[in-house]
Design a protein around this ligand. Structure first.
Ligand code: COS
Length: 384
């Protein structure tokens, strides 16, 4: 749903100019230093980008899902690391509080997330629990008016910068699966929380992940999201339904950027006496990339509209995330191919995108997990 086209277009123009004038010129510095320059983070705060998904009553921009995917796709025409700095606060780190939190929890946390004063991370994955999220082992055992948390979370995006975590932990170790899991908001400065070194990754320099270790961390009982034990896995799944549409929009922005770069190169680069864009085999790569990116954009916008309309979008979110991340990988591969030898050299940046976008087929649910979710939902609907 687009509430006011003029307001949205003004925001899209602002983001587009910001991408062109500030982010793209800073891509190499980010890749070299592994840091987003502080002035860029400050500008993102001023623009309200940390609060795009947080309702206006809590100080955010309160974008609808359709508006959010359009803004995110625009932002992602620059290196994915720039989106990542806002990504967990806009998405999986804050949405559990928004979707299932009590009014008191929303009022306590959302305003400072909306301004970027606080950064939120989502702590679900563990060393022994990735795709099989319901098998997580971190425990949170009730002791009077608080819980005591022990365990390790792995590959947690923005953990080194986080002020708070949306943490999934097992409050009832006698229940093995999803039913024993509870979601918490945890202050990142709580005594007993330790951080591993930054993970060394294939790409996405400037976006930081690390282990988060909980050793006898006391978390107030009031920090149970929604005040209910045993429903934390469902909160995580609802958060991921939305997160997957958001990631699909990230894929579109990156695919459109890579395709634009490949087209420009193909029109400038001459071989056999003419621009390589004149060769039909190059045209096939451009055309396939265009059609697939267009299809992915249509899917993502449709999934977003359905979510805005209040539909259950578990299937559509997984379809969009799977398709958009897969085509993004294919577009990256073709873009490197069109650049030829130059595509393999770091100075052109396309090999960096190729490495950066590889993550999209893995995080917030691998392609194989999306297939499983889609097929299970189909079978469940057909048997009902
Ligand atoms: N919305 C609300 N509830 C949901 C849901 C959703 N989208 N998906 C599942 N649930 C509920 C189920 O209805 C079930 O509830 P009941 O027990 O009351 O029936 C409960 O959650 C458990 O669901 P299910 O039995 O489907 O869980 P599984 O252990 O079989 O696993 C998958 C489900 C594999 C889909 C899940 O573990 C998953 O998404 N894994 C990937 C995790 C991931 O994306 N990690 C990335 C890290 S975060 S960046």
């Amino acid at each position: 749903m687009i509430r006011d086209p003029d307001t949205l277009n003004a925001l899209l123009d602002t983001v587009s100019r910001f991408v062109r004038e500030r982010l793209v010129p800073a891509e190499n510095v980010v890749a070299e230093t592994d840091e987003i320059p502080q002035d860029i983070v400050d500008d993102m705060k001023t623009m309200g980008l940390f609060g795009i998904s947080i309702p206006e009553e809590y100080g955010g921009l309160g974008l609808t899902m359709e508006e959010e995917v359009l803004v995110v796709a625009e932002l992602c025409k620059a290196s994915p690391a720039f989106r990542s700095i806002i990504g967990t606060t806009v998405g999986i780190g804050s949405q559990g509080i928004l979707i299932d939190g009590t009014p008191e929890q929303k009022a306590a946390y959302l305003p400072r997330l909306a301004t970027g004063e606080q950064i939120a991370s989502f702590a679900l994955t563990e060393p022994e629990s990735g795709s099989d999220a319901a098998s997580l082992r971190t425990t949170a055992i009730r002791d009077g008016d608080h819980y005591v948390v022990n365990g390790t979370k792995r590959y947690i995006t923005n953990a080194p910068h986080a002020s708070l975590f949306t943490l999934m932990a097992r409050t009832d170790p006698s229940v093995r699966g999803a039913g024993g899991i509870t979601a918490f908001v945890v202050d990142a400065k709580s005594p007993g929380i330790g951080f591993g070194k930054y993970d060394r990754k294939m790409g996405q320099r400037g976006a930081h992940t690390c282990d988060v270790i909980f050793e006898n961390v006391k978390v107030p009982a009031a920090n149970v999201i929604g005040g209910r034990e045993g429903v934390g896995f469902k909160t995580a799944m609802k958060v991921l339904d939305k997160g997957r549409i958001h990631v699909a929009a990230v894929c579109i922005g990156a695919a459109e950027r890579m395709l634009a770069d490949a087209l420009k190169y193909a029109m400038e680069r001459r071989q056999f006496g003419q621009p390589i864009a004149e060769f039909q085999l190059v045209q096939a790569m451009l055309a396939d990339s265009k059609a697939e990116t267009y299809a992915a954009r249509c899917m993502v916008v449709d999934a977003a509209r359905r979510r805005d309309a209040g539909e259950n979008v578990s299937t559509e979110a997984s379809c969009a995330k799977m398709f958009a991340s897969e085509i993004c990988g294919r577009v990256a591969d073709r873009a490197v191919q069109i650049f030829g030898g130059a595509g393999y050299m770091s100075e052109y940046g396309i090999e960096r995108f190729y490495r950066d976008v590889r993550l999209f087929r893995i995080y917030e649910g691998t392609t194989q997990i999306q297939q499983l979710v889609i097929a299970r939902n189909m079978i469940r609907a057909a048997s009902a």
